[in-house]
Design a protein around this ligand. Structure first.
Ligand SMILES: Cc1cc2nc3c(=O)[nH]c(=O)nc-3n(C[C@H](O)[C@H](O)[C@H](O)COP(=O)(O)O)c2cc1C
Length: 234
């Protein structure tokens, strides 16, 4: 349990004392539901899901390491996490058929997109991560973003008030575009975007190299903590 969490508990216990005193003395203005709300909140946290989608073509590479750092912070806080790596999978592009209107998912079932989209709609927070390819997200993640955008455009509100976090890894340059592409999706879908310092980017080329980028690693942990902070408030 983190310090942040234990502070919240202490504050809540203090409040419980105040409520007991308030009820005992018959003083108004102390809200007993605040106390009842504590266990409900803790129960809710255990049920909240965080989904990370990794657009890299390399399984267990740098992007995977960075996403695991973000998810590690959320696991510590009691959230259910899942990390889906798209490496080895083909996500077909949007066919622009708009047949998804009213269906709440894409109608094309010839790849893993439908399952992915279902999981995205069930998650309370979505972290999209990508290695930087040609100064942007991978084409695999772009296909996910394009199809998810159209399905949620034709079925409005499916991502409303979820939390989004972007993660990028690059060897040298172009990672800002990767972050921007992901954040444009979140912001266009009524989501709250969690930030970190220096735009959630880590640097590395070969697998494992990004873990040596101390600032990048700290950024990812901070992003995880910031997503947890937001989750406690929705
Ligand atoms: C197709 C391709 C394009 C790339 N384009 C860029 C780029 O524009 N800028 C950059 O800094 N690195 C680029 N890289 C390097 C990767 O972003 C880098 O190796 C990263 O660590 C890979 O992450 P991963 O291990 O999760 O796949 C490219 C790599 C590939 C395979």
């Amino acid at each position: 349990m983190s310090e942040k969490n234990s502070m919240t508990r202490r504050e809540a216990l203090k409040k419980m004392g105040m409520v007991a005193a308030g009820i005992g003395l018959g003083i108004g203005g102390v809200n007993a539901t605040d106390v009842l709300g504590l266990s409900e909140k803790e129960e809710k946290r255990g049920k909240m899901k965080v989904l990370a989608i990794n657009g890299s073509s390399r399984k267990d590479g740098n992007t995977a390491d960075m996403l695991n750092l973000v998810l590690g912070e959320l696991k510590k806080e009691g959230y259910e996490t899942e990390h889906i790596q798209l490496a080895g999978h083909t996500i077909n592009p949007c066919k622009a058929c708009f047949a998804c209107a009213g269906k709440k998912n894409c109608v094309l079932g010839n790849d893993m997109f439908q399952e992915l989209y279902q999981k995205m709609t069930e998650a309370d927070a979505i972290i999209l991560g990508s290695s930087t390819y040609s100064a942007d997200v991978s084409s695999t993640l772009k296909a996910v973003i394009e199809r998810a955008s159209v399905v949620s455009d034709t079925n409005p509100g499916m991502f409303r008030h979820k939390i989004g976090g972007a993660v990028a890894v690059a060897r040298r340059a172009g990672a800002m575009n990767t972050i921007d592409t992901i954040n444009h999706f979140f912001l266009n879908k009524e989501m709250y975007v969690a930030g970190s310092t220096y735009w959630n980017i880590a640097y590395g080329r070969l697998p494992g190299e990004a873990m040596k980028d101390e600032e990048g690693v700290a950024n990812m942990k901070n992003l995880g903590q910031n997503i947890a902070w937001l989750l406690r408030r929705i």
